[in-house]
Design a protein around this ligand. Structure first.
Ligand SMILES: [Zn+2]
Length: 171
């Protein structure tokens, strides 16, 4: 191989790594934007004296489902934000599987919601605050569908603050 070939390969690699970085940056921006929408959903829950947790589901850059915690309103222990959101998205998309979709939720999903998300075969789950008491990571073993990618900590402080304020005022 001559020197020009080496230079050529170097340039191609450089361009590839830059476009990957660009992609990651865009993804991070998108994640923040949609998490902000999930926070707006959580604020709706707060106004209704519900534990402030909100969620949105996005497919191809479109919000296809929204939901917030409605446990008290519906008097239903299963009326978590994610459950509302999964039902809404399936109804919008006209199919039970949420392939190609991302769920954004302000707090780490519980085992029930993680199980429901597994059944939906969703592509990606992004959450803000950890839930060390009731989150799905308190359980050993794989809960999500093997193809589901998980990301946490997006707008963590905002998501945590909502929960902290709510529970402080309760006391
Ligand atoms: Zn849940």
């Amino acid at each position: 191989m001559d020197i020009f070939h080496h230079i050529w390969i170097f340039l191609v690699k450089l361009l590839n790594s830059q476009s990957l970085m660009e992609k990651a940056r865009n993804q991070a921006e998108q994640d923040k934007k949609y998490m902000q929408m999930a926070i707006s959903e959580a604020q709706k829950a707060l106004k209704e004296q519900e534990v402030p947790i909100g969620a949105v589901i996005v497919s191809g850059g479109q919000v296809v489902g929204r939901g917030h915690n409605l446990v008290e309103t519906l008097c239903d222990a299963t009326a978590h934000a994610e459950m509302q959101c999964i039902t809404a998205a399936a109804s919008t998309l006209g199919g039970k599987y949420l392939k190609g979709c991302t769920l954004y939720v302000t707090v780490e999903p519980c085992i029930m919601c993680a199980g429901a998300l597994a059944w939906s075969q969703i592509d990606r789950v992004v959450y803000g605050a950890d839930d060390p008491k009731r989150g799905y990571t308190t359980v050993e073993g794989r809960v999500f569908h093997p193809k589901t990618k998980v990301e946490k900590g997006v707008l963590r402080e905002e998501c945590e603050a909502l929960m902290k304020d709510f529970f402080t005022k309760l006391r």
